[in-house]
Unconditional design. Structure first.
Length: 98
């Protein structure tokens, strides 16, 4: 049986953290940055659960509660993957808007 994937999905290493902003609204980004500003970890986790599509951990990345079960190194890796995806999206936006 083959796994159905989005036509936009790239082949990935199963140890990789896959992040996608597809379908994420600006209000979601605003809520995330508000959570960061307030130090609201659960608010950040809710955003992570929307954008992290797969990861190498034995937990469900779509489940907000999974993030509280990660060790610090895993949580930091998720943050880094989201930050990198955000940088790439910003660069792409800046090229298009020039």
């Amino acid at each position: 049986m083959t796994k159905k994937t989005s036509k936009n999905a790239a082949k990935t290493d199963k140890n990789e953290i896959v992040v996608s902003f597809e379908g994420v609204k600006i209000k979601d980004f605003r809520a995330y940055w508000d959570a960061v500003r307030r130090g609201d970890w659960k608010g950040q986790d809710a955003f992570f659960a929307k954008v992290v599509k797969s990861w190498p951990y034995d937990l469900d990345p779509a489940d907000v509660e999974s993030y509280g079960e990660l060790e610090l190194t895993g949580y930091s890796a998720v943050q880094a993957a989201i930050k990198e995806k955000s940088r790439m999206a910003t660069r792409k936006f800046m090229r298009v808007s020039d």
